[in-house]
Design a protein around this ligand. Structure first.
Ligand SMILES: Nc1ncnc2c1ncn2[C@@H]1O[C@H](COP(=O)(O)OP(=O)(O)O)[C@@H](O)[C@H]1O
Ligand SMILES: [Mg+2]
Length: 166
């Protein structure tokens, strides 16, 4: 399926990136899969934190850099935040028990999804972050009709045109 829907934000500061993440949050209550791409320090964890905070995750939001996974429950939604940077090969994912994690209503936020190859469910949305001087470029690309709906909702929330292009 090709779902050619993207939303790009150029050279935004951290506050603006947090606003984008928070703007997505309300639409994600029905669960799904979000991949976070970008080199070290690009802002993947920052984005996930802002998203989780806006979804009402009250707990202190730790980076899963060392634990590989941090899980939360908000309402009836299980949210799993993964960081696969330290995965050497996709087989190492097995002990995570992805099948169990994705059995009920769930949202997966995955940093370094490329380390998992095909062991991960395909994304509804891919957020690609890149350094732009001191700031960051963020490109949000839908991978499913659900992702398209997330972007549509985000566009409404942030108003049209605000440093965004379709
Ligand atoms: N526009 C921005 N968006 C996100 N992070 C930013 C931005 N500007 C500066 N930063 C900083 O960059 C760092 C990003 O780190 P982090 O989110 O852990 O990256 P990653 O998880 O991609 O390795 C943080 O120290 C954050 O404060
Ligand atoms: Mg990180």
């Amino acid at each position: 399926m090709t779902v050619p829907d993207t939303l790009a934000f150029r050279a935004i500061d951290e506050a603006a990136l947090n606003k984008v993440a928070a703007g997505l949050a309300a639409g994600l209550r029905d669960g799904g899969v979000l991949h976070l791409r970008g080199e070290l320090g690009a802002g993947k964890t920052t984005f996930a934190r802002a998203l989780l905070g806006a979804m009402g995750v009250g707990a202190r939001i730790k980076s899963p850099t060392y634990s590989l996974i941090e899980s939360y429950v908000t309402g009836d939604l299980a949210v799993h935040h993964l960081d696969l940077y330290r995965i050497a090969d996709p087989g190492e994912l097995e002990w995570l028990g992805l099948a169990d994690l994705t059995a009920g209503l769930h949202l997966l936020l995955v940093e370094w999804p490329e380390r998992a190859a095909r062991a991960l469910p395909s994304p509804d949305l891919v957020v690609s972050l890149a350094h732009a001087g001191e700031k960051r470029d963020a490109v949000l690309a839908a991978g499913s009709t659900r992702g398209v709906a997330w972007l549509r909702r985000l566009r409404k929330g942030i108003g049209s045109g605000e440093n965004a292009s379709a």
